[in-house]
Ligand binder design. Structure first.
Ligand code: SF4
Ligand code: MG
Length: 325
């Protein structure tokens, strides 16, 4: 069942430099029990898309001139504020990169977890505390019973991120959106937290949207990937196929820049240059100034997202050559 479908989404920001089209016609969907990784560098529009879904685009003021965000078939963009707020509380939860700034430093984690149950389910303090301990156990926080009264700063970064996951899970949402959930953690802890998230996603049969700049962290947990560049999706594919044979030079560059066990001894590659300033996106294919395969046509014509296989798309004029390489 399709849980969430983003259709032709556009997000604009009005800045001193003019209108910045941060998201420019994005389509993606996630089913119950499925994990979609949305991959991109900073400024690619991956977080902005998530913020549009969550209805938290207001800082700085973002506008959605076009598009639909269907949650279980209903367009969130035309719902009443109240309806949307309810969805956000109970059915869609979000996890952010920085647990320390998302948690309140002067309240115990038990209190903050318990608040979810008190506010949304009307549980008593005692019941809410018991539920909080249960959840802390569930996300593998050792000695949850003793730690429920501790404050956020008393936990390590990895443990705090587990607490954020517990908060997101509290109301058993249908969909979790995790924006760089492990970026602030060191590599070993990253893998553990990612694994936990994947386990819980399976156990609760939730949809999961994993937003990341790191292709390495999503390889084992995602079912499919949407790669974003300069506000558009440039490649979309089941994760295994994308790893085996990317159909877009940008994806290929990203793949070549992560260490892989199956290719020991290979020299790591770095994509040259930087992502574009979004108020001055290059004409044609936005990736052309950085693309080793660019031709004349790339500088003038925007490549459409072409179907390049079952459930696969690539926005490259030369996807065939890229796939065949
Ligand atoms: Fe490179 Fe051209 Fe393909 Fe863009 S369209 S990714 S510039 S080959
Ligand atoms: Mg971001």
């Amino acid at each position: 069942m399709t849980l969430l479908e983003v259709r032709d989404l556009h997000v604009d920001f009005h800045t001193r430099d003019g209108i910045v089209k941060a998201v420019n016609g994005v389509n993606y969907s996630v089913d119950a029990g499925e994990t979609l990784a949305v991959l991109g560098e900073s400024g690619s529009g991956k977080s902005v898309t998530a913020q549009a879904i969550m209805g938290i685009l207001d800082m700085p003021p973002g506008r959605i001139p076009k598009g639909e965000i269907l949650f279980q078939g209903e367009d969130m963009l035309t719902m009443s504020k109240e309806q949307r707020r309810k969805l956000r509380g109970a059915k869609i939860a979000m996890i952010f990169q920085d647990a320390l700034s998302s948690l309140n430093p002067v309240l115990s984690v038990g209190y903050q977890l318990g608040e979810m149950f008190r506010v949304h389910q009307g549980l008593s303090r005692k019941e809410a505390r018991a539920k909080s301990i249960e959840l802390m156990d569930r996300v593998n926080i050792p000695a949850a019973k003793d730690r429920v009264r501790d404050y956020p700063h008393q936990f390590s970064g990895g443990m705090r991120q587990r607490i954020m996951i517990a908060m997101a899970l509290a109301l058993e949402p249908d969909l979790i959106i995790a924006d760089e959930p492990t970026t602030a953690l060191d590599v070993t802890v990253q893998a553990q937290v990612m694994e936990l998230l994947a386990d819980l996603q399976r156990e609760f049969n939730m949809g999961l949207i994993l937003i990341t700049h790191d292709l390495g962290v999503v390889a084992d947990v995602a079912d499919k990937i949407a790669v974003m560049y300069a506000g558009r999706i440039v490649e979309t594919a089941p994760v295994k196929e994308l790893y085996k044979a990317p159909a877009h030079p940008y994806t290929r560059g990203l793949l070549d820049s992560i260490p892989r066990l199956d290719q020991k001894g290979r020299e790591l590659y770095a994509i040259q240059g930087l992502p574009p300033n979004m108020s001055r996106v290059p004409e044609g294919c936005a990736f052309h100034p950085r693309c080793p395969a660019a031709q004349d046509i790339c500088r003038s014509e925007l490549p459409p997202l072409a179907e390049v296989g079952a459930g696969r798309g690539s926005a490259c004029h030369f996807w065939k050559e890229t796939l065949g390489d």
